[in-house]
Design a protein around this ligand. Structure first.
Ligand code: HAX
Length: 457
């Protein structure tokens, strides 16, 4: 049991229950930030951050600074920092369940939203709020049931999110004509409700597709991840710990990745948080992004099948990597658009595995791939980052605990990603960020631009 009280108490006053203090704190923090941003734009708005090259414009806008995302910042060599805290620091500083070792994602959400490390009481407040809001209306389950069971879990997940959106408080209030000044309030309310309900939706999809529709009712006394593990059907405490770690480390990766950017972009049109997050999830479902966690375990299993071994040697792995590259395919779980070193999210999972399941053959294979793959990928001369990303490890850990249905893995990623992209959406509206509308050009325009430059020089 984790939750120690039914309703959150006002900090500093144990006799008073006060439901909205995180929201009030968010508003006052955002107001301060707003003043600062206005003055930055006033005084420095014309300063150039960088020039943009023609190659960047053609190659996926790689490296162009064009967004503000307050919740986290990615360094190519160090990895992600959430409000200045690295993953090892989060594992140390964020609140845990009594006797637990892994951070509670509720704490990370608070940190991303407020910008300060929460107290145990703050974290319990978030947990209790989400537990209270977690009831999923039946029509959402009906929407899931209307899909063939064979439908990919990410398709079912996205459809369920869209169905839930019929309850959007923001969409309703906007229709009724609210002022722009209070958009943030309704976005915050939708955010809290949507995050609260995601584990129930995800678990429903899992039990429907893989466990004969035998559903497990939520346990409102558990933390958000513990309850999710319970509804999936995994009662092992170390699996719950894995879920706490997993749902923390997948939450955010600054603003330019496909799921975060899609959520932000769609939100900038004032689409409600359900529509915006669903857009992020359709992006996460791509194999070059979140679906890579499914692809990694498939790639390992195919290799093992091909070699007729549950623990291929390093030489065999090396040969299989060469074969994959020769066939013109990517080695899933390796490479990154920004990172240039081993992803600290990979390292965090490796540390967890060393503690909980060091002898698992698939996990040992993941570690052997880590030794063998980087020099081979580097030797191609074109892959900018030969190191593993977050997806290289997660499937093997899930498989160890019996969660072997790899098509479901991206849904787990999606539940976690909600924390970062929706905290950011709250910030987007609290800071009054406008419609996103970058300029695009044609190749004709580029050719004329080059000609003009040549004429001048
Ligand atoms: N295996 C084989 N080739 C790879 C590769 C890999 N793991 N990583 C990059 N390359 C190739 C690219 O396909 C590209 O080839 P072409 O020039 O022929 O098009 C070339 O190397 C240069 O790519 P890059 O600049 O190093 O990488 P990008 O920024 O273009 O792409 C990707 C980054 C993550 C999409 C890429 O590394 C990749 O496809 N990796 C495998 C899939 C994967 O693990 N995705 C998950 C990433 C993390 C994430 O978002 N998780 O959700």
């Amino acid at each position: 049991m984790f939750l120690t009280f039914g309703a959150p108490k006002c900090p500093g006053n144990n006799n008073r229950y006060y439901m909205g203090y995180v929201k009030d704190l968010f508003k006052s923090t955002a107001d301060e930030q707003n003043k600062e941003i206005k003055s930055i734009i006033e005084q420095h708005g014309n300063k150039k951050i960088e020039d943009v090259t023609i190659a960047q414009v053609y190659q996926g806008m790689r490296g162009i600074t064009g967004l503000v995302t307050e919740t986290s910042l990615l360094d190519a060599n160090e990895g992600i920092r959430f409000r200045g805290f690295s993953i090892p620091e989060l594992r140390e500083k964020l609140a845990k369940v009594p006797g637990g070792n892994e951070p509670l994602p509720e704490g990370l959400f608070y940190l991303m939203l407020i910008g300060q490390v929460p107290t145990q009481e703050d974290v319990e407040h978030i947990s209790a709020t989400w537990a209270r809001r977690s009831h999923v209306p039946n029509y959402v389950f009906d929407v899931i049931e209307s899909f063939p069971v064979s439908a990919h879990p990410m398709t079912q997940f996205t459809a369920a999110i869209l169905a839930l959106g019929t309850e959007s408080k923001f969409a309703k209030a906007y229709n009724e004509g609210i002022s722009k000044k209070v958009h943030w309030d309704y976005i915050y309310e939708d955010t809290m409700t949507l995050i609260a309900r995601l584990p129930r939706i995800a678990a429903y999809i899992y039990r429907r597709k893989y466990k004969n529709g035998e559903h497990i009712q939520p346990d409102g006394m558990l933390d958000w991840s513990g309850n999710f593990a319970h509804m999936l059907g995994y009662e092992d405490e170390s699996f719950r710990e894995l879920m706490r770690l997993y749902l923390t480390i997948h939450a955010d990766h600054e603003g330019g990745n496909v799921s975060a950017h899609a959520t932000h972009l769609v939100g900038s049109a004032l689409s409600d948080p359900y529509l915006s997050f669903a857009a992020g999830m359709t992006g996460l479902a791509g194999p070059l992004h979140g679906l890579a966690n499914q692809e990694v375990i498939r790639w390992i299993e195919e290799m093992c099948k091909d070699l007729n071994s549950d623990q291929p040697t390093k030489d065999q792995i090396a040969a299989y990597i060469h074969k994959t590259l020769t066939e013109g395919k990517v080695v899933p779980g390796y490479g990154h658009a920004v990172l240039r070193k081993t992803d600290p999210r990979f390292t965090a999972q490796m540390e967890f595995a060393k503690l909980h399941c060091p002898d698992d053959p698939t996990i040992k294979t993941v570690w052997n791939i880590y030794e063998v793959a980087p020099p081979i990928l580097e030797s191609t001369g074109k892959i900018k980052n030969p190191w593993p990303n977050v997806d290289a490890h997660s499937g093997a850990l899930l498989k160890h605990y019996g969660l072997v249905e790899e098509e479901f893995y991206t849904v787990l990623f999606g539940v976690s990603r909600a924390l970062g992209v929706l905290a950011s959406l709250c910030w987007d509206r609290a800071l009054g960020f406008p419609l996103e509308r970058p300029k695009s050009i044609t190749t004709e325009w580029v050719k004329n631009f080059i000609k003009k430059g040549e004429a001048v020089s």
